[in-house]
Ligand binder design. Structure first.
Ligand code: NAD
Ligand code: UDP
Length: 335
């Protein structure tokens, strides 16, 4: 297997690259480091079967040789990131998806879009099955992300019907694990960083809003099952174990053991009130179900944050594109 992972230097993408390499695939990681960082894949760069290309996928994406699968994970993903990068988020959801679909079509490759539970918006159906169309504010503070992903889903569907591109859509629910950035604003890394510093955990509103947390290894397993088949989807991939944000904060504080208190801060507008995947389809069509309990997953994530890896300075690679616009790889560490 020769797999292109767009957004491969991000949180989820780096875990996907790692697992693909472990399974014997050749991986071409394409990333512009907008919200990811090359150090996420540093340990992989010594391998002959791994290449890292600095490339903005909203522009031309030419990959020499055969490609069996294109995994499209490129997009800012945390509310803080995508609200700071609204035009980039819309661009990668639209032009980036188009470029990667064209690549998959040219190569006859399987294409998998990393879509999101955010396509359901602030849902009025609970839990959320794939048949639910969502409740999304097209001009609200989350619209640059929600609508980019909804457009990406529509474009992916049109490519399948028009060009017979072998597409699949996965709707990812809140996923967490090592390599999240403490500063990305998402609840889990924020709470862990605060708790380890002994600072108050900033729970938004009264903390009664819910999320359902999936550990990264389970999510990657679902992505690989989607990649290996021909299912069009969309398919929800997430852990249906629903918790309130206050429960999550208290659990993180307890697992960190620093006695950090909870503080309540204003809740952002359009913050979804509930979120929980119906995973019947993933179970029936992919044989997938999550396996990692939230306590185990959080403990592993906290252990990674304790190593200080999160604080290490980002090992930035040179900014310029290769002058020829071809697939020149970024130098391996030390080269
Ligand atoms: P992330 O920000 O860590 O990773 C995204 C990666 O995409 C980064 O490395 C970034 O530099 C790269 N990228 C962004 N724009 C690009 C562009 N124009 N060209 C090339 N690379 C670009 O986020 P993540 O949490 O790893 O999310 C990965 C994907 O999964 C995203 O598409 C996101 O929407 C989706 N998703 C994630 C979650 C989650 O809980 N983590 C939930 C739903 C959906
Ligand atoms: N949240 C919080 N404190 C924080 C960060 C987030 O209480 O420091 C809340 C946020 O308001 C939302 C939930 O946690 O209700 C999940 O937010 P996150 O940004 O992780 O992801 P979302 O599911 O909203 O995209």
């Amino acid at each position: 297997m020769r797999v292109v992972v767009a957004g491969g230097a991000g949180f989820l993408g780096s875990h996907l690259c790692e697992r693909l390499l472990a399974d014997g695939a050749e991986v071409i990681c394409v990333d512009n480091f907008l919200t990811g960082r090359p150090e996420n894949v540093d340990p992989l760069r010594a391998r002959d079967t791994f290449r890292l290309l600095r490339r903005d996928v909203t522009g031309p994406v030419d990959i020499a040789g055969p490609v069996d699968a294109v995994m499209h994970l490129a997009s800012p993903a945390s509310p803080v990131d995508y609200q700071a990068l609204p035009l980039e988020t819309l661009a990668v959801g639209a032009w980036g998806t188009r470029r990667l679909l064209e690549l998959a079509r040219r190569k006859g490759a399987r294409f998998v879009l990393a879509s999101t539970s955010e396509v359901y918006g602030d849902p009025q159906v609970h839990p959320q099955p794939e048949e639910y169309w969502g409740h999304v504010n097209p001009v609200g503070p989350r619209s640059m992300y929600d609508e980019a992903k909804r457009f990406a889903e529509a474009l992916t569907t049109a490519h399948r019907t028009t060009h017979r591109t072998r597409t699949g859509i996965v709707r990812i629910f809140n996923t967490y694990g090592p390599r999240m950035r403490a500063g990305d604003g998402r609840a889990v890394p924020t709470f862990i960083a605060q708790a380890l510093r002994g600072e108050p955990l900033t729970v938004a509103g009264d903390g009664s809003q819910t999320r359902s947390l999936c550990y990264v290894d389970d999510l990657v397993d679902g992505l690989l099952r989607m990649m290996s088949g021909e299912l069009a989807g969309p398919v929800n991939i997430g852990n249906p174990h629903e918790m309130t944000i206050l429960e999550i904060a208290r659990l993180v504080a307890r697992l960190c053991g620093t006695g950090a208190p909870i503080t309540f801060v204003p809740r952002p507008p359009d913050d979804p009130t509930v979120r929980r995947p119906d995973i019947t389809r993933a179970h029936q069509m992919l044989g997938w179900q999550p396996r990692v309990d939230v306590r185990d997953g959080l403990a592993r994530t906290i252990a990674w944050f304790r190593t200080g890896a999160e604080q290490s300075p980002a090992a930035r690679v040179p900014q310029q594109e290769s002058p020829t616009g071809t697939d020149a790889p970024i130098g391996r560490p030390g080269s």
